[in-house]
Design a protein around this ligand. Structure first.
Ligand SMILES: *[C@@H]1O[C@H](CO)[C@@H](O)[C@H](O)[C@H]1NC(C)=O
Length: 250
């Protein structure tokens, strides 16, 4: 269960500062949504970075963390009005639950790149890296297919790394030195995809392909000239067939 990874806060911020710039306090009122679709309503008070106290709907009470705020919390907990208002606010959070999940929790398809890393030394083979970026939710599966078979050895995969913005990335390394003609795929399975998606390893980069295209064009052009020259030579020589020398002329 990945709960902490996808908590959506939806908040209201109050700031209060002293004119001397030496005090800074703020209050946060937030609805917190987690991936179990549970809602927590929070009212939190900070002063000079110190967390003084809060209302937490899980407890249904105000809690103070300093001597002073503990007393205030006690008073607030005795007052029916404050607790009722907090409970009402929690209901409002719940009313917006579907909207929040629609906006934030729809799957986002990863963008996938496949690249090779040069061998560090002769004893180490080269490495292919399959990277998936900017996907949501966190769960994902990357597998390597070599000539139609799943590769399980020489594979290391990182965990899903949080970008810090709801999205995740992951990197899988395959130690391999692809031989020409080999088919290597990185297979991606994710909630955003109706079916697994295959990404083929291509040993030629677009730049390589350009070089080959230019080289081939040059070769073809060269051949055209050679053939053209050859035909011209043939034609020319047809008109001037060497006259057979008759034995009597010498
Ligand atoms: C709210 O209370 C619950 C239950 O005690 C706790 O698990 C959670 O961490 C609290 N939330 C905050 C922000 O303190």
């Amino acid at each position: 269960m990945q709960v902490h990874s996808s908590v959506v806060p939806c908040l209201l911020l109050f700031l209060f500062c002293s004119t001397a710039d030496s005090y800074f306090g703020y209050g946060l009122i937030r609805c917190q949504f987690d991936s179990r679709r549970e809602v927590v309503y929070l009212e939190q008070l900070y002063f000079n970075k110190v967390f003084l106290g809060q209302y937490n709907s899980t407890l249904g009470q105000y809690v103070g963390y300093t001597e002073r705020t503990r007393k205030i919390a006690e008073e607030l907990n005795k007052s029916k009005g404050f607790l009722e208002q907090a409970a009402k606010n929690k209901k409002k959070c719940e009313e917006n639950r579907e909207l929040i999940y629609d906006i934030f929790l729809t799957p986002v398809e990863p963008s996938v790149t496949l690249r090779s890393v040069e061998a560090a030394s002769a004893t180490h083979p080269g490495m292919l890296v399959c990277s998936a970026y900017n996907f949501y939710p966190k769960n994902i599966k990357l597998t390597w297919l070599r000539n139609g078979h799943e590769v399980t050895s020489d594979v290391t995969t990182t965990e899903e790394l949080s970008n810090g913005n709801w999205l995740y990335q992951i990197h899988s390394h395959l130690e391999v030195k692809p031989s020409p003609g080999e088919k290597i795929f990185c297979k991606v399975e994710h909630a955003s995809l109706m079916q697994p998606k295959l990404y083929e390893w291509e040993s030629l980069t677009p730049a390589d392909r350009n070089k080959i295209a230019v080289g081939t064009a040059g070769l073809v052009l060269g051949l055209v000239f050679v053939l053209g020259g050859f035909t011209f030579y043939k034609k020319k020589n047809k008109g001037h067939q060497p006259v057979p020398t008759s034995p009597g002329t010498h």
